[in-house]
Structure formats: C-alpha cells, structure tokens
Design a protein around this ligand. Structure first.
Ligand SMILES: Nc1nc2c(ncn2[C@@H]2O[C@H](COP(=O)(O)OP(=O)(O)OP(=O)(O)O)[C@@H](O)[C@H]2O)c(=O)[nH]1
Ligand SMILES: [Mg+2]
Length: 342
C-alpha cells in the first residue's frame, strides 16, 4: 500500500502477485504497527531471521550472523517505513494438525509522524488489522491510557470496514491476535517476556473508571486473542546506531537478554500449538480469499463514507457527546415509565 498524502492506494497488481502464489494455502500474517521510530522494522527482521534460519532455539546464538534488512530500518528522528510493506515470498510452517501454513510479514508506517493525518494513521492501522492474523501493537515503555484510546479509534475504523461487508457477526470477534509489545521495559515489578506481560496487562485491563471501561470492552470484543510481551532494552549498539539505511547488523551487536526474549516471542508466534491462522467469521482464509478481502477493504477505506477521524480530542468529544445523549435518552425513558406507572 502506498502513501499519497493522506490517501492510501493498494498496489493491487503487487498484492495479487504475492498472494496468488498461495491461492489455496491457509495464511498467518504477522503485522506490526504503532508510533513511529520505535524499532518496528528492526523487530520484524529479527523475527524473520528465526524462520529463515530453520526455527531452532540456536538461531540467535551464532554471533557473527548478520540480520538481513528485509525491512529497511535506521536510526535518527526521520520516519523510515512509508505505507504498508509485505514480504513477497511465503515461509512455510505447520499448524496444530500438521497442515502447511504460509507466513507473511507486514510492516507499517509509524503513527504520529508529523507528516500523516489522523485519517492516514487510521487507514494504515485499519488495513493492517483487517489483513493480518496477528497485530503487534509496538509501544515504548508501559501502556498509557491514550495508547488504548488510539487503539480503540483505529480498531473501530477497521470494524467499520468489516461491518460494511456484513462479515461481522455479533457473537464473534472480527479480529484475532493482538500482542502489545512493550519495548525498553524497565519496571522491576514484572518480568520480561509473556508471563510478566500478561500479568501486567491484567492490571491495565482492571481499570474500573466508567470512562475507561468501554475502551477495554471494545478491545476484548474486537480481538479474540490478546497478549502482551515485555522486551528488555536491546543495548546501545542498537539504540544509538546512526546507521545509513541498509547497514547490516550482527547478532553480536545486540544484547543477549534482548535476543533471548525475541527467541521466545518467535517461538510463540510460529510454534504449531500457538500459531494463529487467518480466519474471518471462523472460516480459514487462503491467498485467494485474502486478495478478495483486500480489494473490498481498500474500496471501503478509500471511499468518502468512512467516518473521518481528525484527532483523538475530536473523537473523544464526539464519544462523550454520544454518551451524554444516550444518558439523556435513558433518563427520559425512565421518567416516562414512571409517568405511565403513576
Ligand atoms: N531503544 C530502542 N531502540 C531500538 C529498539 N529496536 C530498534 N531500535 C532502534 O530504533 C531505531 C529505529 O528503528 P526502526 O526499526 O527503523 O523503527 P520503526 O519503528 O520501524 O521506525 P519508522 O518506520 O520510522 O516508524 C533504530 O536505530 C534501531 O536500532 C528497541 O527495542 N529499543
Ligand atoms: Mg519502520
């Protein structure tokens, strides 16, 4: 998907060419999204390394091994990834029942990059959520309430597209995996990895303030499998690198502790037991199905009818206004019921 100002255009020829190779094969599509300049592309390259080097626990042990720059990454403040990029060749893994599944990776333009509008950010997040089986929400530090509020706005954008196509069934979540990936985790009260992440996420989800409840409900109603992983800092050889684009990095440049957690995350994402295969309404989607979905969704998201998200402040004001009107309606109905009973 290419970025033309705030408009995003699906390069249909490229998309079809990629998924035509796996027309009848189930898919696992790993997407990463979140604020710009937070190591998204770098992480995808490390996860790809796991699959390309044979999926063993030793893939991060050969310190001289270079990490391929499949997705461009670099240091500095300027945004790097633009639009949505997808790997053009499938990597085959097996699901629980031993069936072949084609894995693809999807990198996205970082949000809030000074050059993209609210609508543009929403379209990217929505499209990558719609097409993936696992959306990694990449954030630095801990989860703040505004991270969840943005997630709700962007997810609603994606839900809108699904609902337009009547793919949403009230009893099922339209989307599958959502993994909060918290980079540079420093808080000593939760351990790195998924165990600490899930415990920490449980405390975040516990919020009972009325204003914050709907954000959490919306998340649980949208994604069927929500997880969280706490990542250590990768070390200054990575973080302070003033790389030119495409400069190779060796495993020896990356902190051991960080690589251990990447290894665990990769195992979780691609292991037969926990692999999430792309489904919609409970039906497995193959390459052919994904091509059709992409065309439909691209049409909906680029049509003028999509609700316009200008800024979170405006969206919040609108949500509060709707809440206020609903409250008035309830009060009015209660009042009328009492009048009838009198
Ligand atoms: N502190 C820190 N830096 C990281 C981490 N992972 C990668 N980096 C560095 O962050 C910088 C940006 O990495 P990218 O992978 O290009 O980040 P991105 O999120 O894809 O950036 P955009 O495409 O511009 O949104 C690079 O210098 C990386 O070396 C991390 O976990 N912590
Ligand atoms: Mg990037």
């Amino acid at each position: 998907m290419q970025n033309k100002g705030e408009e995003f255009k699906l390069r249909f020829d490229v998309f079809e060419g990629i998924f035509d190779q796996v027309r009848n094969t189930p898919l696992a599509i790993i997407s990463i999204a979140g604020p710009f300049r937070k190591g998204k592309s770098f992480m995808l390259n490390l996860l790809l390394h796991y699959l390309m080097e044979g999926q063993s626990s030793d893939v991060y042990k050969d310190k001289k091994a270079k990490i391929r720059n499949i997705f461009n990454w670099r240091g500095g403040v300027e945004r790097t990834t633009v639009g949505i990029e997808i790997t053009n060749k499938p990597i085959m893994v097996k699901d629980k029942s031993g069936k072949r599944v084609a894995v693809f990776f999807m990198d996205t333009q970082g949000m809030f990059d000074h050059k993209t509008t609210g609508k543009g950010c929403s379209a990217i997040f929505a499209m990558s959520t719609l097409l993936s089986s696992m959306q990694i929400y990449n954030l630095s530090g801990h989860i703040q309430e505004d991270h969840l509020q943005y997630l709700e706005i962007f997810t609603n954008y994606a839900r809108y597209a699904v609902e337009q196509k009547q793919h949403a069934n009230a009893s099922t979540c339209p989307f599958q995996g959502l993994m909060f990936l918290l980079r540079n985790w420093e808080m000593a009260d939760y351990d790195f990895g998924q165990k600490g992440g899930v415990e920490y996420l449980a405390t975040v989800m516990e919020e009972h303030l009325q204003e914050n409840v709907s954000v959490r409900q919306n998340m649980s109603n949208s994604f069927s499998d929500i997880g969280c992983t706490l990542m250590p800092h990768p070390g200054n050889n990575v973080a302070r690198r003033k790389t030119a684009i495409n400069n190779n990095i060796e495993l020896s440049d990356i902190d051991e502790e960080f690589l251990d957690e990447v290894n665990k995350l990769a195992k979780y994402l691609f292991n037969q037991e926990s692999l999430i295969v792309k489904k919609l309404d409970g039906i497995t989607i193959t390459g052919e199905g994904l091509i059709e979905l992409a065309i439909e969704y691209a049409k909906i998201l680029s049509s003028g009818e999509v609700p316009k998200v200008v800024s979170m402040l405006q969206a919040n004001l609108k949500a509060q206004f709707i809440q206020f009107i609903r409250q008035l309606e309830t009060e009015y109905e209660e009042f009328m019921d009492q009048q009838v009973m009198l």
